[in-house]
Design a protein around this ligand. Structure first.
Ligand SMILES: *[C@@H]1O[C@H](CO)[C@@H](O)[C@H](O)[C@H]1NC(C)=O
Length: 252
């Protein structure tokens, strides 16, 4: 009687130990849980993993979606990411996913999956890494003294330095996404912002124009000439487009 009950206690105890150890030995550790980066830039998501002895890992991959059978789709086979993903692993068990030329639609959760030689043993690290991709938008407020705000849809990771442009020339840098232009506004000033290290991904230019004299086309023309003369860093179609948009807003 006493022997039997001891036996069942140890069986339960062993089972419990196996479950706890089995769970504890699997794991994916991501280097970050969420990250906010600029549209058009490149992001690197990385993780390390561990698995119990007695298993052999046959493959690993990153994924965001499942196929019709409910199996995760290797991100490098996902047509939505064609040509934009790379995998990199190092000898320190760090597994990195690199996504280039980020789009806003890439703002989803990325998870890492481990497959072993035993089909019943696969592992997905949950929760994964939540990626948020944002563009930059400069907002100009105030009367003669302008306040510029560089707007993003998520808070950029890594304490970015904002760079401010006025009429195509860099005017200042700041760690705050807000900047007060200390110079009274001219008849027409155009503003833009970017983030240090990603100056090529600047926001569209916003023109603060007074429309009481001149027509829209005159303003566009003078802006274009001005940017040509100054050899502006902000060029071409995106500038014109924005001018048209803000011009229409101004007229309405
Ligand atoms: C996922 O894609 C990577 C890169 O193409 C490849 O090395 C890896 O073997 C793939 N894994 C699976 C399970 O298909």
């Amino acid at each position: 009687m006493s022997l039997r009950s001891t036996g069942s206690v140890s069986v339960v105890f062993l089972w419990y130990l196996t479950v706890v150890l089995g769970q504890g030995d699997w794991g994916v550790t991501y280097s970050t849980q969420s990250i906010c980066v600029l549209k058009g830039s490149t992001v690197e998501l990385s993780c390390t993993y561990k698995y119990p002895g007695g298993h052999k890992v046959t493959s690993t991959f990153w994924f965001t979606k499942y196929d019709a059978d409910g199996n995760p789709v290797n991100l490098s086979d996902d047509p939505d990411y064609r040509g934009c993903v790379m995998y990199r692993s190092d000898e320190k068990n760090r597994h990195t996913l690199i996504i280039t030329d980020l789009r806003e639609s890439d703002s989803v959760e990325y998870k890492f999956r481990i497959t072993t030689d035993q089909p019943e043993w696969t592992w997905v690290g949950r929760p994964g890494v939540t990626l948020s991709v944002t563009g930059l938008q400069v907002e100009v407020t105030g009367g003669k003294m302008k306040t510029l705000t560089c707007r993003t849809t998520c808070s950029l990771t890594g304490n970015p330095t904002y760079i401010w442009y006025k009429n195509g020339q860099q005017i200042d840098e700041s760690s705050s996404p807000q900047y007060k232009d200390p110079v009274y506004s001219n008849y027409e000033d155009s503003y833009s912002c970017s983030v240090k290290g990603h100056e090529d991904l600047h926001s569209p230019t916003v023109c603060e124009c007074l429309f009481n004299t001149g027509t829209l086309s005159q303003i566009q023309e003078s802006q274009i000439q001005e940017s040509q003369i100054q050899g502006s860093q902000i060029q071409g179609p995106s500038r014109l487009e924005t001018l048209t948009v803000s011009g229409v807003e101004g007229l309405v």
